[in-house]
Design a protein around this ligand. Structure first.
Ligand code: ATP
Length: 229
């Protein structure tokens, strides 16, 4: 699903590369954590997968697409096959829950009848049935993140990228969000999650890819957050 081969990324204004000769493969259906201290390159990694940027060196393939050769005009089609969730939810504040989720289908031209059928199903999956008419500010942080996950999942993406999705949530709410991401993973969606949350990583015992100063320093099948911590 994700194939990186000898990928480096240098920013013009920075002396050391943000990513330095990274080779990583993530298979279809995997659930993997991307961890590492601030500045280790996690966001850069995710940005390359989204094709928000291109590597300075190396090869990247996501869902069978070569992202280095991908034409600019094909980038939106690539992004539609991915779902994204962020720490700050990024909902449309003037739209209701169902409109936020439905919008993801509208922009790809799905007919209204399909949207009206799919949105309630996905809201039920994320545990938000009954709250479809609320605005984001009428929801708790955990509920807002559920809306963001519903929106990311409504197109049935092959790959879900999550950048610190529990960063603004308390531990109990974070655990609920992780159950939801696991449920989504069980539908066959590959999940890659960047996080600083050691409790979550330690409790899930999934694959851990650890970056430090732009290099992969650990890649463990059932890892914990910190070795020996
Ligand atoms: N647009 C940019 N221009 C120049 N340097 C950048 C840019 N974006 C990131 N960097 C540098 O690249 C390195 C990796 O940053 P990145 O944001 O990928 O780390 P991170 O692991 O996501 O950190 P955090 O956990 O704080 O979000 C850092 O040294 C950062 O200063």
């Amino acid at each position: 699903m994700i194939h990186l081969s000898h990928v480096s990324k240098s920013y013009k204004t920075s002396t050391r590369p943000a990513l330095d000769d990274i080779s990583v493969d993530v298979e279809k259906g995997e659930f993997a954590f991307l961890i590492g201290p601030s500045g280790s390159g996690k966001s850069t990694f995710l940005r390359l997968l989204l094709r928000e940027d291109v590597p300075s060196k190396g090869e990247i393939e996501v869902a069978g697409r070569d992202l280095v050769k991908l034409r600019r005009s094909k980038v939106p089609v690539h992004r539609r096959r991915l779902g994204c969730v962020f720490q700050d939810f990024r909902l449309l504040n003037n739209k209701t829950v169902e409109q936020n989720v439905g919008f993801a289908l509208e922009v790809i031209g799905r007919p209204r009848a399909a949207i009206n059928k799919i949105v309630p199903e996905v809201l039920e999956l994320v545990g938000l049935d009954g709250k479809s008419r609320r605005l984001p500010h009428e929801l708790s942080g955990g509920e807002q993140q559920r809306v963001a996950i519903a929106r990311a999942f409504v197109n049935r993406p092959l790959l879900l990228l999550a950048d610190e999705p529990t960063g603004n949530l308390d531990p109990d709410t974070s655990a609920d969000i992780m159950l939801l991401l696991e449920r989504i993973n069980r539908t066959g969606t590959t999940v890659l999650m960047a996080t600083h949350d050691n409790t979550i990583v330690d409790s899930m015992r999934r694959r851990v890819i650890e970056l430090q100063l732009g290099k992969v320093v650990r890649d463990e099948a059932r890892g914990v957050y910190g070795v020996g911590r």
